[in-house]
Design a protein. Structure first.
Length: 72
């Protein structure tokens, strides 16, 4: 399953790259892309684990940028 999300309050391109790398390492994730320019997150992951992946992705994002959130 592949879904795109809007990121709110994404601060810098370097942080976006760190988020992308962290999310891509999550179990069940086959691909993750974070675009700083469009403030967009695209995740491709197992459908059964997708809700958990989104929660884990938000945790990674919050560690890197505390005010950045995934708009669901």
């Amino acid at each position: 399953m592949k879904k795109a999300f809007k990121l709110q309050d994404l601060g810098c391109a370097n942080c976006a790259a760190k988020m992308e790398a962290g999310i891509a390492k999550l179990p069940g994730v086959t691909n993750a892309t974070v675009s700083f320019m469009t403030e967009r997150l695209v995740i491709e992951a197992d459908e059964a684990r997708f809700p958990a992946v989104i929660d884990e992705a938000q945790a990674i994002i919050s560690k890197i940028e505390p005010y950045c959130t995934i708009k669901r």
